[in-house]
Design a binder for this molecule. Structure first.
Ligand SMILES: Cc1cc2nc3c(=O)[nH]c(=O)nc-3n(C[C@H](O)[C@H](O)[C@H](O)COP(=O)(O)OP(=O)(O)OC[C@H]3O[C@@H](n4cnc5c(N)ncnc54)[C@H](O)[C@@H]3O)c2cc1C
Length: 465
């Protein structure tokens, strides 16, 4: 083993690559960066979640220590990321496409590059499960969603009957959350009790806007262009009732994101990585696991963060033991403080700037739509939507790279409901690309930067030729 590892200690090899950017990945990065290991975090993009992980899809996190009044999930993840970057973590904002752990250094493919590393921490978390209904594909994003927090505020769901399927904490949280928008929320529970924490279950059962359907499963759904009803069956599979709903939200658990390593490392029957009891080491030396990807039981932000810390410390010890760690020094020793992020002000007559790359609100949209001769990216967001949080900086980067040849406007669909309705927005984030007062393209969900850039460049190219 020692020979094998020493042989890999050639130039260009990274100390440590962390795959995944949830609480586990960023905490591992903070510790590894503070140990001067200059870790790389492959943040993930679409495969197995989004950058920032599962907490990007929730609103208030009330139980992460240090925030007595709670904190929004995306804000918490922004802070972890900023802390990791402040101490020298490098980010690769892409999915890891493959991991070859059969040779040393290990090889990780991401963003078209091969990264070699002596040690790897797998912090890829878990992904939301789907029901696999016969008509699921047809109504996906046309009534069915896996993220109430992201999509609940969209106009199609307002004052309509909605359904949530599941009986755990996520399902309960989503049901309560959706009562803000829907006229009634049906919670479909396959057993006779809720698996959620007592506090969560009590909140659901006490809410007069929620109807719980016990011992029910969904057989299928129906509608024309948009979801109109779900058909329920009882525990024996006999038809029970059909409920008219315009929204169906899945909250039926998660599957660990171990697809890339399942054949290379020991996993349990559900696909969770197996580590040494109470420790982060996997079945292969130099590969460590942190967070939900190796935890079928606790699955919390703080437990993921704690195991990220363990994994980083274990990786550091392992690298040092094998004489592989190449450390860097910070100059100055304490990097500049990050400070608080400043939100974009909503544009009005007084502060509207016809040349600004990025503005916010209906006023800026109307002005730019009518007066600007440049391609215009309009991103529809909602305040609690984690994926929106991920997408906005990507869009701003595209506009920066285009050096003023295109502009962007953000529309908060809660603040500007009428505009969202007129634009036919059915979920957030939605991006519409306008040019010369015409809608040219629409993008739903988080997409690669390159897609937006190519679409804008095509419009600019066509305008010149
Ligand atoms: C709706 C909801 C509400 C929750 N509320 C709370 C709460 O209030 N308090 C609490 O403590 N916990 C809460 N949790 C649980 C908590 O979010 C998770 O336990 C925690 O996020 C797990 O962290 P993690 O870092 O292990 O994984 P995740 O957060 O799942 O992050 C995994 C990361 O891996 C990345 N990834 C996956 N595949 C790849 C790949 N191929 N290449 C690169 N990257 C990849 C993903 O993009 C993501 O960034 C909630 C979960 C949900 C779904």
């Amino acid at each position: 083993m020692a020979d094998e590892v020493a042989a890999a200690a050639a130039g260009g090899v990274e100390n440590l690559v962390i795959v995944g950017s949830g609480p586990a990945g960023y905490t591992a990065a903070i510790y590894a960066a503070r140990a001067n290991l200059r870790p790389i975090v492959i943040t993930g993009f679409q495969d197995g979640g989004i950058p920032g992980g599962q907490l990007m899809t929730t609103t208030h996190v009330e139980n992460f220590p240090g925030f007595p009044d709670g904190i929004l999930g995306p804000d918490l993840m922004d802070r972890l990321k900023a802390q990791a970057v402040r101490w020298g973590t490098r980010l690769v904002e892409a999915d890891a496409d493959s991991l070859d752990l059969s040779q040393r250094p290990f090889r990780i493919q991401a963003d078209g590059e091969t990264i070699t590393a002596h040690a790897v921490i797998l912090a890829t978390g878990a992904s939301a499960n789907r029901l696999g209904l016969p008509s699921e594909e047809r109504f996906w994003n046309a009534g069915i969603s896996a993220c109430a927090i992201c999509d609940g505020a969209t106009p199609q769901f307002r004052n309509e009957e909605l359904a949530v399927v599941g009986g755990g904490d996520s399902a309960c949280e989503e049901a309560v959350y959706l009562t803000k928008y829907g006229s009634r929320v049906h919670l479909i529970v396959r057993s006779g009790q809720l698996r959620a924490s007592k506090a969560m279950a009590d909140r659901v059962l006490a809410n007069p806007s929620i109807t719980v359907h016990w011992n029910r499963r969904i057989r299928d759904c129906s509608g024309s262009d948009w979801l109109e009803a779900i058909e329920l069956v009882d525990a024996e599979g006999n038809s029970a009732e059909t409920i008219p709903v315009r929204g169906l939200f899945y909250a039926i658990g998660h599957t660990p994101n171990t697809r890339l390593v399942r054949e290379q490392l020991d996993v349990d029957s559900h696909g969770y990585l197996i580590t040494k009891p109470g420790r982060p080491e996997t079945s292969l030396e130099g590969v460590f696991a942190a967070g939900d990807v190796a935890d079928a039981e606790w699955r919390q932000g703080i437990t993921a963060a704690g195991s990220g810390c363990q994994a980083a410390l274990a990786a550091e010890r392992w690298l040092t033991h094998h004489n592989l760690a190449v450390t860097v020094s910070h100059d100055p020793v304490d990097p500049q403080e990050v400070g608080e992020a400043k939100p974009t002000a909503t544009s009005d007559e007084a502060n509207y700037d016809p040349n600004a790359l990025w503005q916010k609100g209906a006023y800026a949209l109307r002005k730019l739509y009518h007066d600007s001769d440049k391609p215009l990216l309009v991103v529809y967001t909602s305040p609690t939507c984690g994926p929106c949080h991920v997408l906005k900086p990507q869009l701003k980067r595209v506009l920066d790279e285009l050096g003023g040849r295109a502009q962007g406007v953000e529309i908060d669909i809660e603040a500007d409901q009428e505009i969202a309705q007129q634009a036919g927005v059915s979920g957030t984030p939605t991006v519409q690309l306008f040019f010369q007062k015409e809608l040219k393209q629409q993008f739903r969900g988080v997409k690669q930067r390159s897609e937006f850039k190519a679409a804008i460049e095509q419009l600019l190219g066509a305008a010149v030729s």
